[in-house]
Design a protein around this ligand. Sequence first.
Ligand code: GLU
Length: 242
Amino acid sequence: MCGIIGFNGFTRASPVLLEGIINLEYRGYDSVGMATVDNGVISVKKGVGKIADVHARINFDSLKGAMGVSHSRWATHGGVTEANCHPHFSSDQKIAVVHNGIIENYAEVKKSLEKKGRKFRSQTDTEVIPMLIEEEFKRTKDLQKAVRSALLQLRGSYAIIVVSTLEPGKMIVARQDSPLLIGYAQDGMFAASDVTAFSKYTNKVVFLKDGQLAVLYKDKADFFDLKSGKPVIETPKKIDVN
Ligand code: GLU
């Protein structure tokens, strides 16, 4: 277990993400990271250890921008090192991904991407996701399509949140066998592993289903079936956050 949170909103993302990832601490973790998108650049900070200690060292609050992601990692593939902390990036640094779960066929995907010249920076299974999205974006020129076709090539469990400077207003999320819910707040849209990450801001949520992908804008979300790519209707419900 571990936690992810994403925010695409009208206010600064880093304090909201920090608060959210702290609220997910109970799930267990060994390291923490955050990335935000601002003015066409993704900035990232990450470190091994307790969130409070890492924050005291590197100050997550200094990350600028109104969209971002944060992750508390429970290492499954690759040691507990800073290089293995999420978010992970495409080779051009234009796509960042946080991931909960395990990509079972990562070794073969990694091998075939390395043959195409991709240089990996970590030992994680996760890093194949942004690298594969980058590869698919070259072909599709569309972030949503690129995320979808990347995921269709991967086996395993995941809840992912993707941000990119290629299409800066969008946050793309998807799940398979790992929890992820979408929150509708006054100040923006959330995605997280658990409602406790954002319950201070809203109790209006959609529980993403396995095999679904959603595109989050600042004030709405569109839902799709991952296999067919077709839109699906999901209506937010108010839940009792206690
Ligand atoms: N399998 C990934 C890793 O080892 C994600 C682990 C997690 O869910 O935190 O980095």
